[in-house]
Design a protein around this ligand. Structure first.
Ligand SMILES: [Ca+2]
Ligand SMILES: [Ca+2]
Ligand SMILES: [Ca+2]
Length: 180
């Protein structure tokens, strides 16, 4: 079972991907994400191709949560999907840790194996989230205050976001504030 805290965080995660705010996640939300990537990185940038590809792949995966097959993933389907996924270490590794690795690689534009402040703002930008919010989340995640997030720190934050039932876990904030 998902705990109360997990449900709140996964609801926040749902809202982040429901870009047009219509209460379900569908292919059109991902087209918006891909469009935001294009605006951020330009039509021909290498990063743009990798990122767009990564988000198209992610949609294929998320579409697997569409239990009733109506082409849209609503919040109940989303939570049911994550409940099953998080119960299996194997699926967790593949779907959460694997995705986090890929996102880290595509957003590390200068390839220094760290996510800097502006790279993190790019990550939030593809969801239409503000730079101010990106800054405050970045500060929370950058616990040793060195101005960058390492791959291990992001993996840890992501694991906490999905799995932790401790309100104090830093990773809870990965996608910004979640419902009280
Ligand atoms: Ca939507
Ligand atoms: Ca559905
Ligand atoms: Ca970097």
């Amino acid at each position: 079972m998902l705990t109360d805290l997990q449900t709140k965080k996964l609801t926040r995660y749902f809202e982040v991907y429901d870009i047009d705010d219509d209460g379900s996640i569908e292919a059109s939300d991902f087209e918006r994400i891909v469009e935001n990537v294009r605006v951020l990185h330009g039509q021909d940038g290498n990063g743009q191709v990798a990122l767009s590809g990564a988000y198209r792949k992610l949609w294929t995966r998320i579409a697997g949560a569409d239990g009733d097959g109506d082409g849209a993933v609503d919040l109940d389907e989303w939570l049911a999907y994550w409940q099953v996924t998080l119960e299996s270490d194997e699926r967790f590794q593949e779907e959460v840790a694997g995705l986090t690795h890929r996102l880290f690689t595509v957003f590390d534009l200068d390839e220094d194996d760290m996510i800097g402040r502006s790279e993190f703002a790019d990550f939030f930008g593809v969801f239409g989230l503000s730079v101010d919010l990106a800054e405050s989340v970045f500060d929370a995640l950058d616990t040793n205050d060195d101005g960058s997030i390492t791959r291990d720190e992001l993996l840890q934050a992501s694991a906490e976001f999905f799995r932790s039932d401790d309100v104090e876990s830093v990773g809870n904030m990965l996608y910004g504030p979640y419902g009280a």
